[in-house]
Design a protein around this ligand. Structure first.
Ligand code: COA
Length: 173
């Protein structure tokens, strides 16, 4: 694999297609990222159309990790917090292509998201991850601290309830 490059993504049919493939693959393989399996292509496309339009309005940052021209991972930094939380941002939709897992892509994306947050004076990051099959270990290695667990929070993509774990981290202070 060549070096990973990370850049913010904007609206484009090519990027939307790659993001939809990644989302559908992730859900099919049990990743808890808000959707149920099977995820129809039109629903994935609609989700990313909305997300990329919000990114174009600076309401969020959708980062992509590339191996050459191939999109291998993504993470989103939500910036559209309420007026009394201008210092906060939320991490979501952290996904790596199955073919590229275990090579540090999520780690690199999270470092880039933290840097992007700090550049915008967002000093508090929050996220949640599924108790069953989520990525708690990834976030704990990055220094996120566990606030607690909410039981039976969501359905897993193939059915059955899972709790969610709420994490936070101060950045850039
Ligand atoms: C979670 C996910 C994004 C990790 O992607 P990745 O690119 O393979 O992760 P990395 O290779 O960057 O791993 C970085 C570190 O986190 C650890 N890690 C990665 N995924 C982990 C997981 N699910 N549980 C525990 N630890 C994990 C790795 O062991 C690695 O540790 P190391 O630096 O000590 O070797 C990927 O497995 C995925 O897409 N999962 C499905 C979607 C999902 O659950 N996303 C999280 C939603 S909150």
């Amino acid at each position: 694999m060549s070096a990973i490059s990370i850049r913010p993504l904007g609206p484009s049919p090519h990027i939307r297609a790659a993001l939809s493939e990644l989302l559908i693959e992730t859900v099919a393989n049990g990743g808890s990222v808000s959707f149920m399996h099977p995820l129809a292509r039109e629903h994935a496309d609609a989700f990313w159309d909305t997300a990329l339009a919000a990114a174009a309005r600076d309401e969020r940052i959708v980062l992509g990790a590339f191996d050459g021209e191939t999109l291998t991972g993504t993470v989103t930094l939500h910036l559209d917090c309420p007026p009394n939380q201008p210092h906060r941002a939320e991490i979501a939709k952290m996904m790596t292509r199955l073919s590229h897992r275990g090579r540090g892509i999520a780690n690199a994306l999270m470092h880039a998201a933290e840097a992007a947050a700090a550049e915008r004076a967002r000093t508090l990051l929050v996220l949640d991850t599924a108790t069953d099959g989520g990525a708690a270990g990834l976030y704990e290695k990055l220094g996120f601290r566990l606030s607690g667990e909410i039981p039976d929070y969501a359905l897993k993509p193939h059915g059955g309830l899972t709790g969610t774990l709420i994490y936070w981290k101060r950045v850039g202070a």
